[in-house]
Design a protein around this ligand. Sequence first.
Ligand code: C2E
Ligand code: MG
Ligand code: MG
Ligand code: MG
Length: 285
Amino acid sequence: SKRKGRGQATLFTQSMLSDLRHARLIERELRAAILLDELELAYQPLFRADGALHACEALVRWRHPLRGLVPPSDFVPVAERSVMIDLLGEWVLRRACRDMLDFPGLIFGVNFAPSQFKRDSVVSMVETVLGETGADPSRLVIEITESMAMSDREDVRQRLEALRRLGVKIALDDFGAGFSGFAYLQSFPVDTIKIDRAFVSKLGTSHASDVMVTALVNVAHAYRVNVVAEGIETEEQHTLAKLAGAELFQGYLLDRPMGIAALKERYAVRTQSSGPKELASSGAA
Ligand code: C2E
Ligand code: MG
Ligand code: MG
Ligand code: MG
């Protein structure tokens, strides 16, 4: 993996993950971690083309007392195999909703795992957390990936519609990475797509890569959906993503994920407290 490549220890290797007993161990530890308050959220900013802060995305981390900071790739997939994902998902949403109150006006993105959409209860969970925290639904964007089972597409669509009726926005994450992105765009009510880093990182490397990103943007705009280019690491990628027509930009070049306190310190003064700003409507609007 990337992390190994950077010389950091990987906590759970693939072979360990495939070991059911090990998965059970992580599950137990994760349950304890939630009770012991060992999880935290890092927020990565999203910017408009003019450089203004538009939103942030909540990314979960596990501050393990012995193993240090554990990335989501090491425990979210394990949690997804059991009911732990519902506990984890609710913890993440509740923490993000509380942090929203600390940062008036800013839009907050929260990642939901595909398996959280397997039950109707996802809707009442979101409604309950919004009610309990008093967070403004119109500042919440739920990020879903296209890896959701196409078999229960109609159930998922209805749950997404119900979430939207609560006033929540939906973003299609990692767009283009799988086979079903376009089908999802056709059948699901989404407000935003996030073009996968795999495409963004190829910007500038070939004419075909640039055309590909422009095509993804144009398809999204045909559905009146806004476009985020994620994983921007170079000035060239930033420039080309703007040229391709994306409205929002996220990546290490622009800023890294950080705790809510750091986010407030860096950005709070620059943000109005007048509620979420609408983006200029996209292409086909
Ligand atoms: P994602 O939702 O696509 O989030 C973007 C990931 O890319 C984050 O990694 C972010 O730190 C990283 N990233 C951002 N900009 C750059 C860049 O310029 N270059 C590179 N190389 N990477 C960049 P992270 O935090 O490790 O999260 C990985 C994935 O784990 C997320 O992908 C998301 O699918 C999942 N995840 C994170 N938090 C949660 C959560 O609370 N719940 C669920 N269900 N999944 C989560
Ligand atoms: Mg995401
Ligand atoms: Mg993404
Ligand atoms: Mg991704």
